[in-house]
Design a protein around this ligand. Sequence first.
Ligand SMILES: Cc1cc2nc3c(=O)[nH]c(=O)nc-3n(C[C@H](O)[C@H](O)[C@H](O)COP(=O)(O)O)c2cc1C
Length: 395
Amino acid sequence: MGRCLRTVSCSTFKPQNPSGPAVPTDTVSDTLGDSRPDKPLGHIVLAPMEGVIDAPMRRLLTGLGGYTRCVTEFVRVTNVLLPERVFLRLCPELEAGGCTENGVPVYTQLLGSNAQVLAINARRAVAMGAPGVDLNFGCPAKTVNNSLGGSILLRDPSQVADIVRQVRDAVPADVPVTAKIRLGYDNSDQLAEIVGGIREAGATELAIHARTKFDGYKPPAWWREVAAVVAADDDSTYINGEIWTVEDSLAARQASGCRHLMLGRGALSAPDLALRIHTAARNAQLLAQATGSSDSWPSEQSRGTDTQALADEAMPWIDISHHVEAQFLRSDSQSPRHVGNRTKQWLAYLKRSYPEANDLFGRIRQQREVEPIVRAFAEHRQALVGELSPLKLVG
Ligand SMILES: Cc1cc2nc3c(=O)[nH]c(=O)nc-3n(C[C@H](O)[C@H](O)[C@H](O)COP(=O)(O)O)c2cc1C
């Protein structure tokens, strides 16, 4: 399907290096050149990320803005109706109407292969207040795939469709049922069949991580392959994978034909990314109107080459570091056996956009207690301020 590069790698769920190498944008996308989307920007959804995007992180990122919706880490369903506490552990927002503090809905994600059992668990999640149910057909982890859940199901499009149909039928018609897939298992030959089955089965929306299970998390994401299943009037498909910058978002939209985006690691690496993507789209539209272009994006001549100029400046590190510290104090410092783990994990993603995160990471890397970590934040801030206003020597 027109790929310029094909690397086969079988990875587990977690990428080996979350911060990733500092790769220039054009080597991680499969589209080079014009990144001018035809359709106006739609919604941006915060991707599910097991062990990383939990309720406190959803609260923080939706607080910064730009997200229409979140999806929980997956709830693994085998052959039983799970107790309510399992849903509440992964989605404490269920106790608050299924939304984050900022009113952004959080869909509960289920992962499993038994359609009937998934259906009764979906019904329970909805009865507890989930505003929507998402079905995971993308997880590449060996343990999950061995028990026939996640991306391994993509080898059988009819089973995927059957699961969507039974879950759809089990919950009230006005509750959205969404699905998250990859391009396929070891290749993307069945993508159209998988997507067709999911749509016919009544899924409300579909997010496509533009890589196969065999691709794992290895760049690039093959956004262009998604275009084959996105019609001009398609308003239900989300493109996902390797969107780290505003530029990437434009290229992904242009290549895939999707209006909507799902952001995972990019949201952790640049916490205000969704907001900046919206700003850039709004500014582009205003500019297009002012220059009399009928498109949602200004013409090449009036746009110039610097699309980044249409977005706001990224939030400065000093502000981000305050959020990291507040997050540490609010949640990460409260888990006695794992103090600092989530903060270190987040800093690993932040390092990709903010070199300053390296310094903070270095200061807390060996620490496992609250006090030295709090001290490390203060020392890091002091070092930053020193750098911002170097001492002037007189005489
Ligand atoms: C650490 C980690 C955990 C993830 N957990 C989930 C999950 O629970 N459910 C799911 O559907 N996808 C999960 N994913 C996949 C992401 O939602 C997303 O599809 C993938 O990271 C590609 O998008 P990105 O480049 O924007 O991160 C996970 C990915 C990572 C890296």
